[in-house]
Write a protein that binds this ligand. Structure first.
Ligand code: COA
Length: 195
């Protein structure tokens, strides 16, 4: 898969992360600790690493073995966050999990729902996946609004699923199947906004 493709709608776009994005990501993550900390995965066995260049290399290795797609989210051509597609399984499961975060300076503009819709249409139509999952702490009202806008289904709860902010946290499971959105996820999102 080429590292040089981009997906876009209006001022929002997604492209694969590059090692040279490390400085920008570091600046955004470190200057927004209070915003990100309640939702950010932590290491249950010790301190969490902030070596962003190393993290990006790890994400790109997942892309090389077809198990991940690490995107940055751009708004008006500036990096404003990350959207990471992980745990891609092909064949009879054909599914993946999406995670995301955005700079609070541009929160509330509807950037993340568009970014997730662009990624999902790519995953369903180009990669050929059948199911996309997003797992969210029940306390994360903003993120739950994102999956509601995308029409994702609540499937249940994973108890103590991810180590976040220094403890094992329950997550709501939201999912969408490709055959539930035959006219495209972005299309459906844009139509629902005009109702
Ligand atoms: C969750 C998140 C990605 C949403 O991104 P976004 O681009 O702001 O999404 P939207 O513009 O659709 O806003 C979603 C909801 O956020 C809330 N919101 C809006 N403006 C906000 C602001 N300035 N600050 C905080 N929350 C705000 C609203 O409830 C909004 O829902 P509404 O449009 O029905 O009013 C973003 O809040 C974020 O990065 N949070 C921290 C990291 C995180 O939670 N990641 C997800 C882990 S599952």
């Amino acid at each position: 898969m080429s590292n040089y493709f981009a997906l876009s709608h209006g001022a929002v776009s997604l492209r694969i992360i590059k090692p040279r994005d490390a400085k920008t990501i570091e600046r955004l993550v470190l200057s927004n600790r209070e915003w990100l900390r309640p939702w950010e995965a932590t290491n249950p066995h010790g301190p969490t690493s902030f070596d962003f260049r190393n993290q990006i290399r790890g994400l790109l290795r997942q892309m090389d073995d077809h198990s991940g797609l690490p995107f940055v989210i751009l708004y008006e051509d500036e990096i404003v966050g990350q959207l990471n597609v992980a745990n891609i399984l092909h064949g009879s499961v054909s599914s993946c999990v999406i995670g995301y975060w955005i700079d609070p300076d541009v929160a509330g503009l509807g950037i993340t729902p568009i970014a997730v819709a662009l990624a999902m249409d790519y995953l369903f139509n180009i990669v050929g996946l059948h199911r996309v999952e997003i797992d969210i702490r029940p306390e994360n009202k903003a993120s739950i609004r994102v999956v509601e806008k995308l029409g994702m289904r609540l499937e249940g709860v994973k108890k103590g699923y991810i180590h976040i902010n220094n403890d094992w946290r329950d997550h709501n499971i939201y999912a969408l199947l490709s055959n539930e959105v035959s006219d495209g996820v972005l299309n459906r999102l844009l139509k629902s906004r005009h109702k």
